[in-house]
Design a protein around this ligand. Sequence first.
Ligand SMILES: [Zn+2]
Length: 486
Amino acid sequence: MSKKPEKETFVTEITPRSQDFSRWYLDVVRRAELADYSPVKGFMVIRPYGYAIWELIQKALDTRIKATGHVNAYFPLFIPESLLNKEAEHVEGFAPQVAYVTHGGGEELEEKLVVRPTSEAIIGTMYAKWVQSWRDLPILINQWANVVRWEKVTRPFLRTTEFLWQEGHTAHETEAEAEDETLKILHLYKDVLETEMAVPVVEGRKSDSEKFAGALRTYSIEALMGDGRALQAGTSHNLGQNFAKVFDIKFQARDKSVQYVHGTSWGVSTRMIGGVIMTHGDEGGLILPPRIAPYQVVIVPISRGNWKETVLPKAQAIRDDLTARGVRVMLDDRDTQTPGWKYNEWELRGVPLRLEIGPKDIEKSQVVLARRDTREKSFVPMEGLTAKVEEMLGTIQTALYDRAIQYRAEHTTEADTYAEFREIMDGRPGFVISPWCGSAKCEADIKAETQATIRNIPFTSKPATGKKCLKCDAPATTHAWFAKSY
Ligand SMILES: [Zn+2]
């Protein structure tokens, strides 16, 4: 075998994506310095670069959450066990994953405390105190928090025992209002995923067996990852009056009758970062959509001759111009590394645009711009550079979204028979749209035999009139989207 070119020896630190997607993912997380393993198994440390992505996502979400009339608050990390136990379905759903605190202040506690796996129980308890009249409604509260769900198998961002998220909890006068709220938030999540993260998602309703423990209806957004597996990127639940009855959240209605509120809850988490990695990344590592990239542009000065006197001041001036326009810039002026090493490093870490500038470029009053997504390089005149950079960042953001849409289209198949369905799931997976009778047994059998689950039933799903269920031959009631999932 011939000697590998220099370029390739740089990237051997990452397992080829085409060879082992799962290994590739872990390598990217580690080498891009997004997260690291903690001394406690199943927990991750989010490193500054990864946390900066989270902060950008948070900001985009928080702005939208507030713009739709919600406010932020904070509830305690610990929940008395008896509160969690109040709602039977809810406790059953979470019991295997709950972590307990049994001692505090050197003494055994009278009542065990639960580390919140989600906050319906404690928030519902507080709402019961705060709501008396229809005038107190709606309550539209969001919380940014960490939660703990004990996991046997973990993977950074995708599934960790502790994770960061936002959880919204609202209370309304009527079921229609609660349903509106549930869907409004689902659409808000779709907008954030698609506009900010360039991750296309399918909105739809979860089947009963996949819905949130204790909810009336659960809706989700589902994205398709680069290995053909789906990722549930967010959920929004219409809780009906179920939690209100358990936690006694009552109010005097406009007609003076006493009624229970209608609740919703909804959340998205750090898991979305895993979704970004697996949607856009390539053999060279991470690719970040500009809108959530901690550095949108990396400037690499070509360190030749007296570059610190000639090239560096120009590079600094460009950085200052871009920064003044709100572009997030990293000027990599380290003299301990070669430009080639820096190119590779920032490609691996997913910076959308690289700006190269050397003595010859200064003579010609130009720079080189290299796109991370397509690896295209172009010479760009110094004059009007800032506007050109902004334009290219917009182009990259759109191109990533379009590429993901195209990938999803190529990996979405319709299958009316179980034989076809199985063949697809065994071969090149993705979404498979199939007619389904609505029975939980068929759903469970399909899962057991193929590992594929119903991701959701999209709002735009075609009617299944005249079709038979893919599993049992009974008349189908709907088309469901199936996939193997994370
Ligand atoms: Zn069936």
